[in-house]
Design a protein around this ligand. Structure first.
Ligand code: PLP
Length: 375
């Protein structure tokens, strides 16, 4: 059948005129670094999310790194996050000399479990392991974490909340938009994310004026009043003008795409309910559906059956971070995060994008139900 996992070609054919014109405009004015499109995109992103400041940057990973740097996270600080995420979430913590402290996930949302977070902070304090400085909740697959509880726990402990919204741009949590749910939000414009550019890109979001000022400085080598006065150690982490220009027409189309993603997800869930475990939707929360992920004991059989019909699937994530070689020195072992480990054995993601047709969703669901019933 040949259904793409994420369909960038259909989106491009729809927006080609606008995207081509936007690229041409950049070639004509030639301001490739920090050009007017970057400023315009930042303004439109701020309006869309409802935050005071947006700082475009080179990737989702750098957005997280810049957020941690702007919040003064440094050597020996404890940063609490989930082991059930893309490696970038924890990698940036380690790069700064801080220590990732993993906390298991909720078995229904796959996001950090606030009760376990509270317990982990108390344990770290009693063991005098270091200063609990930040929490990085990950809005996995596009579903916002439980910010009401997480923000309260963070405030009680004098910690900042850095939202890893790499997968959740466009999602909503009780009337507020993802990227604006913690103290600082970080998102990614990697091509396959809900809002993607044609290369690497990202953005940082905050209402905090001081943090925003630091982010702008960190983005350009820790610049001060001008770029040859350096007031702190920074990065070269700018968003290309070309990528900002490509994102502008895509952002204009984005609200419609998010709506269609809801319909696709709904159709999947009603067709698959009873055959596999379908995604759980908490009250008052809307996912951006970066991934549509289901659970089944028959994962291998289902994926094989889909593969035979050229329908791609993916496993996010086959191995939680605490079991990765890169994190062996943290001293975790198998069994430490049973929910993450269990979910990683049963989860898989189906094709998900706003250009998926109802007939395609039906066809995928039929293959799955047949595979589950042993056909
Ligand atoms: C994609 C992703 C990132 C990193 O974004 P890049 O733009 O690829 O650097 C970080 N965290 C999560 C959860 C992601 O899915």
């Amino acid at each position: 059948m040949g259904i793409p996992f994420v369909d960038l070609k259909s989106q491009y054919s729809l927006l080609a005129d606008d995207i081509n014109a936007a690229i041409k405009k950049v070639l004509d004015h030639g301001q490739y670094i920090n050009g007017p499109e970057v400023v315009q995109l930042e303004q439109e992103l701020a309006k869309y999310v409802g935050v005071d400041h947006v700082v475009g940057c080179s990737s989702g990973t750098d957005a997280l790194l810049m957020a941690l740097m702007a919040c003064e996270v440094g050597p020996g600080d404890l940063v609490f996050t989930t082991p059930y995420t893309f490696v970038a979430t924890a990698e940036v913590v380690t790069l700064l000399g801080a220590i990732p402290v993993f906390v298991d996930i909720d078995k229904r949302t796959f996001n950090i479990d606030p009760e376990k977070l509270d317990a982990a902070i108390k344990k770290a304090l009693s063991e005098k392991k270091g200063q609990p400085k930040a929490v990085i909740p990950v809005d996995l697959f596009g579903l916002p974490a439980d910010y009401e509880s997480i923000n309260m726990i963070a405030i009680e402990n004098g910690m900042v909340v850095i939202e890893d919204a790499a997968q959740s741009f466009g999602a909503e949590y009780h009337g507020r938009k993802a990227c604006g749910l913690g103290h600082v939000g970080a998102t990614s414009f990697f091509p396959a994310k809900p809002l993607g550019c044609y290369g690497d890109g990202g953005a940082v979001f905050t209402d905090d004026d001081k943090v925003a000022e630091k982010l702008r400085s960190i983005r350009v080598h820790g610049m001060g009043a001008d770029k040859y006065s350096n007031v702190r150690i920074g990065l070269n982490a700018r968003l290309d003008t070309m990528q900002a220009a490509i994102l502008l027409p895509k952002l204009a189309q984005f609200p419609k795409e998010i709506e269609v993603r809801q319909q696709v997800a709904k159709q999947y869930s009603s067709a698959l309910e009873g055959h596999v475990e379908v995604p759980f939707m908490p009250e008052g929360v809307m996912s951006a559906w970066a991934q549509y992920s289901v659970l089944s004991e028959k994962r291998t059989e289902i994926r094989d059956a889909l593969q035979q019909q050229e329908i791609p699937t993916a496993i996010y994530y086959p191995k939680p971070l605490h079991l990765q070689d890169a994190y062996l020195d943290l001293g975790y072992k198998a069994g430490d995060f049973p929910v993450s480990e269990n979910i990683s054995q049963r989860i898989f993601s189906l094709p998900m994008h706003p250009y998926l047709m109802a007939e395609q969703v039906d066809a995928i669901a039929t293959i799955i139900s047949t595979a589950v019933s042993g056909g």
